[in-house]
Design a protein. Structure first.
Lengths: 513, 264
């Protein structure tokens, strides 16, 4: 009695049942009129030039921070990725142990969310435009490094051996043998990272690090929903444009899609690639000047306030089991909701052509709308807690997983769906059997990876919804209790590494069968 | 109503499939023009013609996938239903054997066979079939009808050999129990022995009240068909009993096909 792939795809949605049961108990009665006003304001955003100008300025700052953070993360990631490649070390010195050391070290910056990096830098060097850039660049760089080294080490080493055997110098041999096959995967992943950077920069703004996010938070807190929606629609336009450009370039340059399980082909149109790279550098410097970025500011540390009395014993006395349990629960709940609801919604709207368009719009809003703002909105009607936080986090990730599922389902199974339809099947069952069968395993494998990202992201809603390690982290940060902070970060890092390992195993099992 | 067998209703006096004056425009010459074709219950009709003659287009029209720009298609004397449900009931009576089979590789043989019944099942059964494959006895019987062992029922389709898959696809058709059987060159990529076997299987299944319309890539497989229709540049060239088919007509059908197809 093993569920077949399409059914497997729907299983995570079972998490909706306990949520639906518990939800009525979480409502505190009031606030529905505010939600109504918020929804109504979507169709009448403010067009006041003062508001729009302020929002556009904020958007410019956010986009600039995203671009710079992304660019820096590529530089960091490429360097660190090479340094953690087993293949590279073996080629250069004959041993691969330095790669293992670098890999372990890189797990630390990777396991800490960009928001925490941002808040830490804020405490240490004060409010500077450069903070947001590096808050993005540090964890992203470590993520890129992992992808680079994994890609490198999964390549066939025989070309390299052949070049070395014929007497080429190792660096030249590496570049020749490994550069071309590495490039497509790297560019595809890099493009995806730029989309993420825009989302992260918006999020950092919500926490006061500058840009549009800040404006969004202020308009929400002052209940100026019309102005809020002006900002949201602007952000949506920019994000959809960015996604469209990246998608077009990915197809044009022959890069694999993120969802594809096939190996990457070699990228085409090399001249365009070089041109794009050459244009990027002056752009980055221009944006850096416009935002008054001073990398040197990173070196000027502020004096830290003295530690509170009580010290370590107080830090150890924190309710650790509850904190960890809440965080894990939040992750599982948000991940199951995001993974399970996407196919369910697609099935629901299958009979209507416009249904998919509406879903795409809702998902796009989910992607760009920072989860803490969703949590704030939910707090109008719900009490704070794990479920409220999970709903906010789940909605954001639903936007990401939903788009992926839709892209995947457009790429596979069209004929089988047509065959089922033409033998009289209903549209929903034809979608379930015809398209979801082929998609289920790779989608769930991606979901497992996403759960791992969600674990890192719990900190973002934890700060608002008052639950888990995230909220404790915020309290310790604002109390300058660096001993607690250190322990909390270590707990977070351990949890993330554990989760990474679990999701890796799950993914392998899903893809093997 | 009998839902397990093709309806032996009072409609049997109507042709199973009727195309009246059907036309589908194309870029250089029409994909189909002036098509008039009738299939009575029990008739087995072969469709011949060089590639590009419009065989697949004609089958797509017969299947309902393609709505012709002009003319009318009737199934059991009824034209294309407008309501969603009525249209689905109509489609459930049209079974197609696709050239690429269109089996669902990730599901078991039994689950694939049951795809033939999905049109009649509601959500609960369709979902349950993904957990506990349903109607084992009927599925086993369908397998036996195509000379496959019932122990294959639990295997994923992805693990079957090419010949086995062809048979599973036919067994799925049997589960659907359609009134009109359509097949688009199902034998094109098979070795001669296998092609002969499968053809016999299909012909056997196409007894009254069913009718069969099958496009063929080779004129030497005509044995067992009642009628043969020759298609050339979207028009019907001849439509006669197989026994009456003259060698000269066949030659004329394929004459210049090579130049025509290379000129396109």
């Amino acid at each position: 009695m093993k569920p077949a792939p399409p059914l497997l795809l729907l299983l995570p949605a079972l998490m909706l049942v306990p949520v639906a049961v518990l939800l009525p108990g979480l409502m505190h009665g009031g606030g529905w009129d505010l939600i109504g006003q918020f929804l109504l304001a979507a169709v009448q955003p403010s067009t006041d030039p003062v508001v729009v100008n302020a929002l556009l300025r904020g958007l410019g700052v956010t986009a600039g921070m995203a671009l710079l953070g992304w660019f820096a993360s590529l530089l960091i990631g490429l360097t660190a990725g090479l340094a953690s490649s087993r293949l590279l070390w073996r080629t250069l010195i004959g041993h691969s142990w330095p790669a293992e050391v670098v890999r372990r070290l890189l797990a630390i910056p990777r396991s800490i969310h960009e928001l925490i990096w941002g808040l830490l830098l804020l405490q240490v060097i004060g409010l500077q435009p450069v903070i947001a850039v590096f808050a993005i660049a540090i964890p992203y760089g470590a993520l890129v490094a992992r992808v680079v080294s994994d890609l490198l080490d999964s390549l066939d080493g025989r070309n390299l051996e052949a070049l070395l055997a014929s007497g080429s110098a190792p660096p030249a041999a590496l570049l020749t043998a490994m550069g071309p096959p590495l490039l497509p995967g790297l560019i595809s992943y890099g493009g995806y990272r730029l989309e993420c950077a825009l989302r992260s920069a918006t999020l950092l703004g919500v926490f006061g690090l500058g840009g549009l996010g800040n404006e969004l938070l202020l308009t929400l807190q002052s209940l100026q929903f019309h102005e809020l929606w002006s900002g949201l629609w602007l952000l949506l336009a920019v994000m959809l444009a960015l996604e469209a450009v990246i998608g077009t370039l990915r197809r044009r340059w022959g890069m694999p899609s993120r969802f594809s399980l096939r190996a990457a082909g070699v990228g085409q149109r090399g001249r365009e690639l070089v041109l794009a790279a050459a244009l990027l550098i002056p752009l980055v410097f221009g944006v850096g000047r416009a935002l008054a970025i001073e990398p040197a500011a990173l070196l000027h540390w502020q004096a830290l306030p003295p530690l509170a009395p009580g010290g370590w014993s107080e830090a150890l006395a924190l309710p650790w089991p509850a904190l960890v349990l809440n965080t894990v629960l939040l992750t599982v709940l948000a991940a199951a909701l995001a993974v399970g609801v996407a196919p369910l919604l697609l099935l629901l709207v299958a009979p209507w052509a416009w249904g998919q368009r509406i879903l795409q719009l809702i998902w796009a809003i989910g992607r760009l709308w920072p989860p803490p703002l969703t949590a704030l909105l939910l707090l109008f009607v719900l009490k704070p807690g794990v479920i409220t936080a999970a709903l906010a986090l789940g909605f954001h990730n639903l936007g990401i997983l939903g788009r992926l599922l839709l892209e995947g389902s457009e790429a596979t199974g069209a004929q089988r769906q047509e065959a089922l339809r033409s033998s009289g099947c209903g549209p929903r069952i034809a979608l379930l059997y015809g398209r979801f069968s082929g998609l289920a395993r790779s989608y769930l494998a991606y979901g497992a990876y996403r759960a791992d990202v969600i674990l890192r992201e719990t900190v973002v809603v934890g700060l608002v919804a008052g639950t888990g390690l995230g909220s404790q982290l915020n309290q310790s940060l604002s109390a300058f209790a660096f001993d607690q902070l250190l322990l909390l970060l270590a707990a977070y890092a351990m949890l993330t590494l554990l989760g990474e390992d679990l999701s890796d195993r799950l993914r392998k099992r899903l893809l093997q069968q | 109503m009998n839902t397990t067998g093709p309806a032996r209703s009072t409609l049997s006096s109507q042709p199973v499939l009727e195309l009246r004056d059907v036309a589908v425009p194309g870029r250089q010459h029409p994909r189909l023009a002036d098509i008039a074709l009738k299939l009575e219950a029990g008739e087995r009709v072969a469709l011949l013609g060089p590639s590009g003659a419009g065989k697949s287009t004609l089958l797509a029209v017969a299947n309902g996938l393609l709505e012709p720009a002009q003319g009318e298609v009737r199934w059991d004397g009824i034209s294309r239903a407008r309501g969603q449900r009525a249209r689905r009931r109509q489609q459930a009576r049209i079974g197609t054997l696709w050239q690429d089979l269109r089996l669902i590789e990730e599901l078991s043989v039994q689950q694939n066979l049951n795809c033939g019944r999905l049109a009649h099942w509601g959500w609960p059964r369709a979902l349950l079939n993904l957990l506990l494959p349903m109607e084992s006895e009927a599925c086993a019987q369908a397998l036996r009808q195509v000379d496959l062992e019932p122990h294959l029922l639990n295997q994923p389709v992805g693990e079957l050999s090419g010949g086995q898959r062809q048979r599973v696809a036919i067994a799925r058709l049997l589960r659907q129990q359609p009134q009109l059987l359509l097949a688009d060159e199902p034998l094109a990529s098979l070795d001669p022995r296998l092609a002969q076997d499968l053809l016999q299987l299909l012909l056997q299944q196409a007894r009254a009240p069913r009718a069969l319309l099958m496009s063929l890539h080779r004129p030497d497989l005509l044995q067992g068909f009642d009628r043969v229709v020759g298609l050339r540049q979207g028009r019907i060239h001849f439509d006669c009993p197989v026994a009456d088919l003259q060698g000269a007509e066949l030659d004329a059908l394929y004459a210049g096909a090579l130049e025509a197809s290379s000129a396109r």
